[in-house]
Design a protein around this ligand. Structure first.
Ligand code: GLY
Length: 382
């Protein structure tokens, strides 16, 4: 249930006006030289281009665009045709063949270690471009320009770069931080409904891990989402900017403490063990990534409730939130349980035998649990 009295204490930080730029910093404690800024604004896209030109002055560039974004914004952004590589949209494109094509393009442009790759698109482009940058000549700089909500709130920050392999999503990759992340919320205006909702899958995840992130401030993202559902529906600019900012402050806090997922960072995978398995089982066709994450959240909330790890009140509040953001409990008759379980066993957090889950306990808090016999229950019961 929505708790109004708690919602009064919501702290969204700086109030973002219509033309205000926010700069955050990802401070990597272990390797300070890997730290970088995140710029969030709604500048004219021509100004974004000017900033990218300034940042990449005297460098050769390879600009990797998502096809959709290129069609919509390629002209306005005005990069030279010769420096552009356009990647088709969809998780299926995050494969080794496209990786090879990108590397060949970098070779044909004669990029050196002093040059740079720019990723303009959603998670697929960001992950691929980042992995190409990490691998080309053992590493050249890259910049993230996320254009989907999901990439803005999660995948463009934190340096996870990868391609998919037939046996698993993000199976080959590297931790490789960008030099900067430029978020321009104007891109979100043309995001289709499915992709918009998908982004909120990751946002909702942050609401359930907020306290465990150990950030300096308390945002109460859960209440903020509960009371602002109308603004979600109208894509209110200030609301979206605040949501992006809160998620990235939480993510930066985690990445700053644990860049390479040795411990704390695993909490960012809440909902992903089952979510990824579901994406693989449904061949990336049936649901978006964010939708799978939310189904994964439902899965872990069910598990936590059954095992007395969380209380029914919190469980109900979580399911209400997911439902008011349009997430429905599907019928899982189309899933092969054995195969899905195997996908979970090959998840990078698992060891092939035991499955590691991040599980919700109290509001904003999660714990890690590993076990061989984690019960596999696809029948959601409320
Ligand atoms: N998307 C999870 C992470 O960046 O660790």
């Amino acid at each position: 249930m929505i708790k109004n009295e708690r919602a009064l204490g919501v702290n969204t930080g700086v109030n973002i006006g219509v033309n205000m730029e926010v700069t955050l910093k990802v401070d990597i404690k272990e390797t300070p030289s890997n730290s970088y800024p995140i710029y969030i604004n709604n500048d004219d896209l021509k100004d974004l281009k000017t900033k990218l030109d300034d940042e990449t002055k005297n460098k050769k560039r390879l600009v990797i665009f998502s096809e959709k974004v290129y069609k919509l914004y390629g002209k306005i952004l005005g990069f030279e045709k010769s420096e552009i590589f356009v990647l088709k949209d969809g998780e299926k494109e995050k494969n080794i063949k496209n990786f090879e094509k990108i590397i060949k393009k970098a070779i044909s442009l004669k990029l050196s270690r002093k040059d740079i790759i720019i990723a303009i698109g959603g998670g697929v482009v960001g992950d691929m471009a980042g992995f190409a940058a990490a691998s080309y000549m053992r590493g050249i700089d890259f910049i993230q320009v996320p254009t989907t909500l999901l990439a803005c709130v999660d995948s463009s920050v934190g340096g996870k770069t990868a391609i998919d392999m037939p046996n698993g999503k993000n199976f080959v990759g590297a931790f490789y931080q960008p030099k900067a992340v430029y978020i321009n919320t104007n891109f979100l205006k043309t995001l289709d409904e499915k992709q918009y909702q998908s982004g909120f899958g990751e946002v909702i995840k942050y609401a359930f891990i907020e306290k465990s992130c150990n950030a300096d401030e308390n945002y109460d993202l859960l209440s903020y989402l509960e009371i602002n559902r109308e603004k979600y529906l109208t894509r209110d600019f200030e609301f979206l900017t605040n949501v992006i900012k809160i998620c990235l402050k939480l993510k930066s806090a985690v990445v700053s403490q644990d860049e390479k997922e040795k411990g704390l960072r695993k909490i960012l995978n809440l909902g992903h063990t089952f979510g990824h398995a579901l994406e693989e089982e449904t061949k990336y066709k049936r649901f978006t990534h964010g939708y799978c994450v939310v189904l994964g959240l439902m899965y872990v909330f069910n598990y936590a409730l059954k095992n007395n790890l969380c209380e029914k009140n919190y469980y109900d509040e979580a399911f209400t939130l997911m439902s008011i953001y349009g997430y429905e409990i599907p019928k899982f008759w189309f899933i092969n349980k054995k195969r899905t379980l195997n996908y979970m066993k090959t998840d990078k957090k698992s060891d092939g035998e035991n499955i590691t889950f991040i599980l919700p306990t109290k509001q904003g808090e999660v714990i890690e649990q590993t076990g061989k016999n984690i019960e596999f229950d696809l029948e959601y019961k409320q």
